[in-house]
Design a protein around this ligand. Sequence first.
Ligand code: PLP
Length: 454
Amino acid sequence: TRNLQFDTAALTEQDHAHIIHPWIDLGQAKTQDLLIVAESEGAYIYDSDGHRMLDGMGGMWCVQIGYGRNEMAEAIAEQVRRMAYYSPFGKISTPPAIEFATRIAKYAPGDLKHVFFTTGGSTAVDSALRFVQFYFGFTGRPSKQHIITREYAYHGSTYLTASVSGKPADRAYLKFETETVHHLPVPNPYRRPEGMTEAEFCDKCVADLENKILELGPDNVACFIAEPLLASGGVIVPPKGYQRRTLEVCRKYGVLYISDEVVTGFGRLGEIFASEPVFDLVPDIITTAKGLTSGYVPLGAFLVSDRLYDAVTVPEAKGKYFTNGFTYSAHPVSCAAGLKNLDIIERENLCQHVRDIGPYFMKKFRELSDLPLVGDVRGSHLMLCLEFVKDKKTKEPMPAEWNFGNRIINETMPRGLLARPMGHLVVLSPPLIITKAQIDEAADALRGAIKAVT
Ligand code: PLP
């Protein structure tokens, strides 16, 4: 613990009076206790009472390099002093944005060499989807309007990205765009039909995509958007070969492939971009955010291929504009932070560290499968999810009102671990710098918490 001078009760009262939190249980919004995160260092955070916890979530899947990096603070301060802000609209640019785009492009698969900077993941995905529409309109195929996505996907919180997201609970309250957006069933091997092998399930999921394209007509389908592993949907690892085979289906019908690497990028799966090295997938567009700056400041981006960018930057495009961008697109301070983040990831070999320690992380948490109600432990590298069920044999899901994930987390916190509850799931995505000893610490805390609750 640390001796901190915060008045937690007063802060809580002010928060209740003035802050609207994303994704809060509104029935308890004005009354519930808060976790006020006040300080942080390495892989740990401290709440306002000074209680230390291992940050099992890396903030929100993003704090790759860990907290409290002085050189990051200096890089940010230096850019603030030199030139805090200029907009990149039109022909204006800034040195950090140019340098950062050049560095990122070197890591991109195939010919994805062109970077459109945004403010975060939602605006990256939103911009990528708009770019696709612009591309097909400009190249004379305006009928290609339809977007294929998947249930349980999460692509963001703008109107368009929420429309292509597919978590049922998030979609309950708004009439999202549905005419041009189509959700395929989730490729979740744990919940595949009984009697089906994983290979057969993969065939089925790939066929789902092909059938949807044929049903809509390939001339009407613009793109397929997919996270290589579905993150917020519950760290769902599609069956082996799924990513590559869905790309082949897209290629066959002239459908563009957007690989949403907002979570999977920047080392979380042991690569800067996981698409090609992990999944043998060279998409047309990659979206990224989160680990791009390790969460120190906001930034997002999409990367697009030579083929697509060259097609819209021909002389005949004179007078045409891709009318999409944000005041804080390519923010120079964020790009400076991104550069320093990459320096640290490279210098400390964090991708290699994740490839080395990932199997240990998975193994330690898979050991929790012996506990009652732990139905599935799944993930890859430093992304992991425990799914709790009412009955391990029948895999009967837990009723939402049990709030099981929350009950578990309420028990892990006093044991020194913060993880993320999502309904009946508990998710982990720690800073990439995590050590074996810290993994043991986290697994012990979670085991103790599960035992206390069940
Ligand atoms: N795409 C994926 C795969 C995500 O997981 C998220 C956020 O969790 C987003 C997009 C949206 O990113 P942001 O919250 O930065 O807008």
